[in-house]
Design a protein. Structure first.
Length: 231
């Protein structure tokens, strides 16, 4: 027990800035604040790829960063040593949503503020950014108002001609652009993928019905861009 206490005292001497009680307070506060950040992420997440481990990572990263800042203190040698240690870490998980990266930085910033002893600043920062995030979420900020969709037409191999559908599409659409052409059904069919913008007086069903009279009643699909695959 005495050895453990002496090591803690040595840590306090290394930091030279805060007491052991302040260190525990910083760690606890960083845990509370990053937990709030994680809960805000869970509440505002809209995508299909929700990850429980990512939510936990936000908290773990924030607390870890606060501990790192406590250990570094004003010791430049320790700071360079930690930079060298962290440089060997490789992050292999690709983040599909840019907002995920923002929440990681949110949690880390709260942890850094706690580790440096700026407790009031950490609370104000977390509260302010939380209000901003909830406000953006409530008004659906940044959503693009567009009726653009993705159109997929399946045609027989002998009917493959990109201009076959141009006249028909121009009757229903204000804009259309062929994005890709690929074979399906073991090469017996051709799939044409368009990005389209529909006229106000037309419907998905009307467009599909007209296309099926030309493509031999094969599959035709209309997808909203938020749900459509990227080619």
């Amino acid at each position: 027990m005495s050895t453990f206490l002496s090591e803690i005292q040595q840590l306090a001497d290394m930091t030279g800035r805060i007491t052991i009680l302040e260190a525990f307070a910083a760690i606890f506060l960083s845990f509370v604040l990053t937990t709030i950040v994680a809960l805000i992420y869970r509440f505002t997440h809209n995508g299909p790829r929700y990850s429980q481990s990512f939510v936990q990572t936000i908290v773990i990263m924030g607390v870890t960063v606060s501990i790192v800042m406590i250990v570094i203190g004003n010791n430049v040698a320790v700071a360079f040593g930690l930079v060298g240690a962290f440089s060997i870490i490789r992050f292999r998980s690709a983040m599909s949503d840019p907002k995920d990266i923002a929440f990681i930085f949110f949690g880390m910033a709260a942890g850094i503020a706690c580790g440096l002893g700026f407790y009031i600043l950490a609370v104000l920062f977390t509260f302010s950014l939380t209000v901003i995030i909830l406000f953006f979420h409530s008004i659906n900020f940044g959503k693009q108002k567009t009726n653009s969709k993705r159109l997929t037409i399946t045609v027989p191999e002998n009917l493959h001609d990109e201009k076959t559908f141009d006249l028909l599409l121009s009757r229903h659409l204000t804009y259309f652009q062929l994005q890709s052409v690929e074979t399906v059904s073991l090469g017996t069919m051709i799939q044409l993928n368009y990005v389209i913008t529909m006229k106000k007086n037309t419907t998905d069903k009307a467009l599909i019905d007209d296309l099926r009279t030309v493509n031999g009643n094969l599959k035709v699909s209309v997808q909203y861009l938020s749900n459509a695959p990227i080619y």
